[in-house]
Design a protein around this ligand. Structure first.
Ligand code: ZN
Length: 224
C-alpha cells in the first residue's frame, strides 16, 4: 500500500521536474521521458517522412532522402534538447571571495528558440543580472541555463520566467532580473509579415523591483 503511494509520488515528481512552477512549466504529457532519444528520433523520422510525402515531395530524390532523419535528429538532440531534463546544466557555485556586492550583468546572450504555436524560430538575446548572495556562478553557466530553456518549443513570456526562476534557485537569491528581446519568425515570415517588430519581456525580482536598481540594470543593458 505504502509502496503504491511512494511510487505515485515519485512518478508525479518525475513528471513535473520543474517543481510545480505555478503554470510556468512547459506542458509535458505523461510518460514523456519513458522512451529513449533513439526511439524518439526513429518515430519522428517516420512522421516527418509522412508530412513531406503528404505535401507531395518525392522522398526518392537524393536531396530529400535523408531529410526526415536529419530533422528528427535535429529536433531531439539539438533544437528541442531542453525538453529532456537529463540535459539540464549542472551548476556549481563558488564563494564570492572578492566580496563583490554590486549587480553582475551579462548581456546579449544568444537566444535561439522555437515558437510553440508555429514551430518556427524565435531569435533574440537575453540580458541577465543578479546580486550575489555570497556565492557566484561561472559566467558561462548563465549562458547554458538560457540555452537549456530556449531549446524547447516556447512562448517568450514563459521562457523569460523559466530563466529567472532557474537563476533564483541556482543562486539562492531573489535578486535576479531577466530581459529577453526577440524576433519571432511566425510574425516576420508569415501572417502579418512584419519584419521590423521585436518583442520584449522582462522579469524583475527582489532588489530589482526597486526603480533605481532596475534603472541601473537597464542602463548597462543599453537597449537600442
Ligand atoms: Zn508563433
Amino acid at each position: 500500500m505504502l509502496n503504491t503511494v511512494e511510487n505515485k509520488e515519485s512518478l508525479i515528481e518525475a513528471l513535473d521536474y520543474e517543481n510545480h512552477w505555478n503554470g510556468l512549466s512547459t506542458p509535458m504529457r505523461e510518460g514523456a521521458q519513458a522512451i529513449s532519444s533513439e526511439e524518439k528520433i526513429e518515430k519522428i523520422r517516420g512522421h516527418f517522412r509522412e508530412i513531406m510525402e503528404t505535401l507531395g515531395m518525392d522522398l526518392n530524390d537524393e536531396s530529400l532522402q535523408d531529410t526526415p532523419h536529419r530533422v528528427a535528429k535535429m529536433f531531439v538532440n539539438e533544437v528541442f534538447k531542453g525538453l529532456n531534463p537529463d540535459n539540464k546544466p549542472k551548476i556549481k557555485l563558488f564563494n564570492n571571495k572578492y566580496k563583490y556586492k554590486e549587480m553582475l550583468v551579462e548581456r546579449d546572450i544568444t537566444v535561439y528558440s522555437y515558437c510553440e504555436h508555429h514551430f518556427v524560430p524565435i531569435i533574440g538575446k537575453a540580458h541577465v543580472a543578479y546580486i550575489s548572495n555570497g556565492q557566484v556562478i561561472g559566467l558561462s553557466k548563465i549562458n547554458r541555463l538560457v540555452e537549456y530553456y530556449s531549446k524547447r518549443p516556447q512562448v517568450q513570456e514563459r521562457l523569460n520566467e523559466q530563466i529567472a526562476k532557474a537563476l533564483k534557485e541556482v543562486l539562492k537569491t531573489d535578486d535576479v532580473a531577466v530581459l529577453v528581446e526577440a524576433e519571432h519568425l511566425c510574425v516576420q515570415s508569415r501572417g502579418i509579415q512584419d519584419t521590423a517588430s521585436s518583442t520584449l519581456t522582462s522579469s524583475y525580482h527582489g532588489k530589482f523591483r526597486d526603480a533605481e536598481v532596475r534603472k541601473e540594470f537597464l542602463q548597462y543593458v543599453n537597449l537600442k
